[in-house]
Design a protein around this ligand. Structure first.
Ligand SMILES: [Zn+2]
Length: 473
């Protein structure tokens, strides 16, 4: 059996490599105490790049695809020696990790953590600080140090406050001391770490992103960033590759388990059908930040290629062109299949020239843009704008439905220039885009060069990951 056949079967993808930059060895050791000794030796040998091959080389893959993780860290060798010792001496103690669940009680949680300790349970129930453990949102990350069923230490990391505070987290520490248990709670800043991830498409973008360990929030951003370069609904090919550098929030070195686990994409590359597209986030002084290609040309165009944001849900629905539908002669345009209620956005700035019901269109919105360009959004389940209203690109104007002459929920979309139908993708690609000012270009190019090197690095590691994966001849 060849590895190629295995990829096709979708059982295993050694091409997928998740690369985590700036992860500390300490936190890695904490999570993977058994793997760290071998890994640390590689670092001691003088390389700043450590490859953790998690797969069993040469063995047939079973279960979920192994992930090959590479970690870059500059470390003093003397500290490392201590780390190795510390990890080895801790390896007999039992660390348990859990997330709090909605139905949790003190007893159910301690049981899951392997704690059989009446004193600990009693303390958590009655101490005002410790009782915070099960208050507020669930999904908090718990780490317990357990010795023969007795609790030695419990650390709980969760959101700070009730809102979506994405700058700090709450660290609750419960500790056994000579005089019984103590509890303290601290508000600690979240770390923002840069993650570098790379993957190859075998079947779909989201499947490849899952294999690479790329969060959905990052995948959808990447698809939006390259939305006018690549038609993600029709033009993806097996073998297309992507890399992304993005911000991820971490609490004490661990990726957070609540709120928005990952933030902004800083840079991305997508190689589609052999053509390379790059994007770098850059903010000129006095302007809003935006994505630019490596030459300083903005990725933001006057028109979006799609009135539906790309997501795991909408990516699974086909898009079809139907120049003429037999039951409705005047029916020209593009249909986007999507569930009822999916938000519909204006593809450009303009003014609402019609909002209401119209024969076969059902609930329909028409927007007048600059240069005698008009867009039409039909079969809506709801309309969120009124005639005469000014609209910005990306503003929500309604939701997908099946009103009018529609056989099922979909968005019927038309793009007209001087009354003539045009493929929206063609319009998006041809539409105006912003260029960085000559004053900013020098500074931008420096940033872009550095970022491009990191994206190259991701591709290289990704390729290296493929070579270290199992081969079947
Ligand atoms: Zn249609």
């Amino acid at each position: 059996m060849t590895s190629f056949k295995l990829f096709k079967a979708g059982q295993f993808s050694p091409l997928s490599a998740a690369i985590s930059v700036a992860t500390t060895v300490q936190s890695f050791a904490h999570r993977h105490p058994r793997r760290v000794s071998a890994a640390v030796l590689t670092v001691l040998a003088g390389s700043a790049v450590t490859a953790f091959g998690v797969s069993d080389l040469g063995a047939l893959p079973q279960g979920p695809a192994p992930v090959i993780t590479q970690i870059t860290e500059t470390i003093e060798p003397s500290q490392l020696a201590e780390q190795v010792q510390a990890v080895d001496s801790q390896s007999l103690t039992l660390y348990r990790s859990e997330l709090t669940r909605p139905a949790d009680t003190v007893d159910s949680l301690l049981k899951r953590l392997g704690v059989d300790d009446a004193d600990a349970a009693q303390f958590i129930r009655h101490d005002a600080v410790a009782a915070n453990l099960l208050k507020g949102r669930t999904g908090k990350a718990i780490k317990a140090l357990v010795e023969d069923g007795r609790l030695r230490e419990l650390i709980v990391r969760g959101p700070a406050g009730d809102g979506d505070n994405e700058t700090h987290f709450t660290r609750l520490t419960i500790e056994r001391t000579a005089n019984g248990f103590t509890a303290r709670q601290q508000i600690v800043p979240l770390e923002v770490r840069q993650q570098l991830v790379s993957g190859t498409i075998q079947s779909s973008l989201f499947a490849a992103a899952d294999d690479a360990g790329m969060p959905d929030a990052v995948t959808t951003q990447v698809a939006e960033i390259f939305g006018s370069d690549i038609d993600f609904r029709r033009e993806l090919r097996k073998g297309d590759t992507f890399s992304a550098l993005y911000e991820a929030h971490a609490a004490d070195g661990e990726p957070i388990t609540w709120g928005h686990a990952s933030g902004k994409v800083l840079a991305a590359r997508f190689i589609n059908k052999g053509e390379t597209h790059d994007a770098v986030w850059y903010q000129e002084s006095g302007r809003k930040g935006a994505y630019f290609d490596l030459t300083g040309k903005s990725k933001t165009r006057a028109f979006l290629a799609s009135p539906l944001a790309f997501s795991r849900v909408t990516s699974g629905f086909a898009m079809r062109f139907h120049p003429i539908q037999k039951t409705w002669k005047a029916h020209l345009g593009v249909d986007f299949g999507a569930p009822t209620g999916t938000p519909v956005r204006s593809v450009g700035n303009g003014v609402v020239s019609f909002a209401g019901v119209q024969n076969g269109y059902g609930n329909v919105v028409q927007i007048q843009h600059n240069g005698d360009r008009t867009t039409v959004y039909a079969h809506l389940s709801r309309i969120d704008v009124r005639r005469g209203q000014r609209i910005d690109q990306g503003d929500r104007i309604g939701a997908v439905g099946a009103t009018g002459w529609a056989t099922g929920p979909h968005l019927h979309f038309e793009f007209k220039v001087n009354g003539k139908q045009i493929d929206p993708m063609v319009i998006a690609r041809a539409s105006e885009s912003l260029q960085l000012s000559p004053q900013s270009l020098g500074a931008f190019k420096k940033v872009a060069t550095t970022v491009a090197q990191r994206l190259n690095q991701a591709s290289d590691w990704h390729t290296a990951g493929a070579q270290t994966g199992p081969r079947f001849e």
